[in-house]
Write a protein that binds this ligand. Structure first.
Ligand code: FAD
Length: 458
């Protein structure tokens, strides 16, 4: 939508093709239905929050940054507010208002849009590497001076982002880096192998969380996390996932999927399918089957551990003194009752079990070693990460169309003239906080402006 608006405002005759029955289906579910449209941070902070290929985004961000986006939405009549962590939301707290605003802006700019219209493939010239338009699912073709692919990634495929753009890109000779779910919860068990199910729904605020690989710290932060029936989720976990999803999901870092066939032959929709089958029949996700299948499950990885610091404000010594006070105040109280002053009650049996302390023991019976084990477990409650959840539960896709083959100042393909890419389909991703949508706005705007410019269209 942003790309369409930018192109139309720059004089192009634009048609947006959307296969769904309405626009912005994913936008609708963003920010838990409130849509965290961007982040009101400065440039440095913005790029600190981009996980993959931040440099590629320098130019697009310079053309259309978070402040441009805020001003644009407000000029279009959408009042915004900034919350904790500089997260920007509509004042109404309704993502539908963001969609309505973009739709209105599109209509005002003269963008035509066609719903229930699924693009099947790119229409590419056989002689010179040039995009001539698109072929639709119904077999018809639409001619265009320029085509912008903004089909999203693989996450939440029910919203329409099923990876079709990767297939388009590969047919045009582009490389796709391996796609893996990110900003995603983990399947996890406690160190003793017991399930997290007993704590399902328990949210821990103001805790510390570290992820370690073979004892080496990979990432760590403070904040909020949530236990679920399968393991762990919540802000701390999602943020950590951006950094470790590759370790859990990739066999080798930076693995890529190469073009289906060298351009230009492979680019013809009719000749494009290795088995002569309908591409979606061969690969329902529109992407490389082994790498991108949303259902694929990886075996549990026992190298990665989570350690939760339940009392980050206290040192081990301070915590030990606190335990001593509690034990002295309740010498005849059983541990399962005594510790409810220290942890949420549902957590007490888990801490006691992992520390190897009987819940039936009374305060006066606790040995120094047992107390020390309680301190150690409280400062580092251990869980084993098995795997990430799949694309259906991932907020974003890490990986995508290799940015090496895209011109950063225009988002145009370096391989095929007149072909542009924007948004999550590219190999760029960021942490939560409005950064991923800002990437879509910045790259969409850049692609729209460039695609509309006469110079580019020649
Ligand atoms: C639950 C959830 C919450 C999120 N919350 C936030 C948030 O608050 N803030 C934030 O910054 N980011 C958030 N994100 C991430 C953000 O939504 C995405 O990064 C962003 O929507 C990507 O935009 P896009 O335009 O590239 O792709 P999408 O928004 O996925 O749009 C792609 C569109 O292309 C259409 N399409 C695909 N293939 C075809 C085809 N062959 N023919 C025609 N149309 C096609 C799809 O139907 C879809 O409408 C969230 C994501 C999820 C899943």
């Amino acid at each position: 939508m942003m790309a369409a608006i930018a192109a139309a405002k720059n004089g192009a005759d634009v048609t947006l093709l959307e296969k769904n029955e309405k626009l912005g289906k994913k936008l609708y579910i963003t920010g838990k239905g409130r849509c965290n449209v961007t982040n009101a941070c400065d440039r440095e902070d913005f790029f600190d929050h981009v996980v993959s290929n931040p440099r590629f985004l320098y130019s697009a961000y310079a053309k259309w940054n978070n402040w441009d986006m805020e001003a644009f939405l407000e000029d279009e009549g959408l009042a915004l507010k900034t919350e904790r962590g500089n997260r920007v939301f509509p004042v109404s707290d309704k993502s539908s208002d963001v969609i309505r605003t973009l739709q209105r802006a599109m209509e005002r700019a003269g963008v035509k849009y066609s719903l229930y219209t699924e693009v099947e493939s790119l229409w590419l010239s056989g002689e010179i590497p040039r995009c001539l338009g698109v072929q639709l699912r119904d077999g018809s073709r639409i001619e265009a001076d320029a085509v912008i692919v903004a089909t999203g990634g693989l996450s939440y495929p029910s919203t329409g982002s099923d990876g079709a753009g990767y297939r388009f890109a590969r047919s045009a000779g582009h490389t796709q880096t391996e796609c893996i779910p990110s900003l995603v919860p983990f399947d996890a068990v406690f160190e003793d192998g017991s399930s997290c199910k007993e704590l399902q729904g328990l949210s821990l605020k103001n805790v510390g969380m570290q992820v370690l690989e073979n004892g080496k710290k990979l990432t760590g932060d403070f904040g909020e996390m949530l236990f679920t029936h399968f393991g762990v989720s919540g802000p701390l976990v999602l943020t950590a996932s951006s950094q470790i999803t590759a370790r859990l999901n990739r066999n080798s870092a930076g693995k890529t999927v190469h073009p289906e066939r060298p351009h230009p032959e492979a680019a013809h929709p009719e000749r494009n399918h290795p088995e002569g089958a309908h591409p979606e029949a061969a690969h329902p996700e529109g992407a490389h089957p082994e790498l991108n299948h949303p259902e694929r499950k990886h075996p549990g990885n026992s190298h990665l551990r989570i350690l939760i610091d339940l009392k980050p404000a206290l040192t081990e010594e301070q915590l030990d003194r606190r335990f001593l006070r509690e034990l002295e105040a309740g010498p005849n109280k059983q541990m399962k009752n005594l510790l409810v002053s220290l942890y949420p009650s549902r957590l007490v049996p888990v801490v006691l079990r992992l520390a190897g302390v009987s819940p039936e023991k009374c305060g006066r019976e606790i040995t120094k070693e047992e107390r020390q084990r309680l301190v150690a477990t409280t400062k580092a409650l251990p869980l084993r990460i098995l795997r990430t959840r799949d694309f259906k539960e991932a907020i974003i896709t890490q990986g995508g169309i290799s940015v090496k083959e895209i011109r950063p100042a225009t988002m145009e393909s370096r391989i095929v003239k007149g072909l542009y890419f924007a948004g999550e389909v590219l190999d760029v991703d960021a942490y939560t906080g409005g950064y991923n949508l800002q990437i879509a706005w910045s790259t969409g705007y850049t692609a729209g402006c460039a695609a509309a410019s006469l110079e580019e269209r020649k």
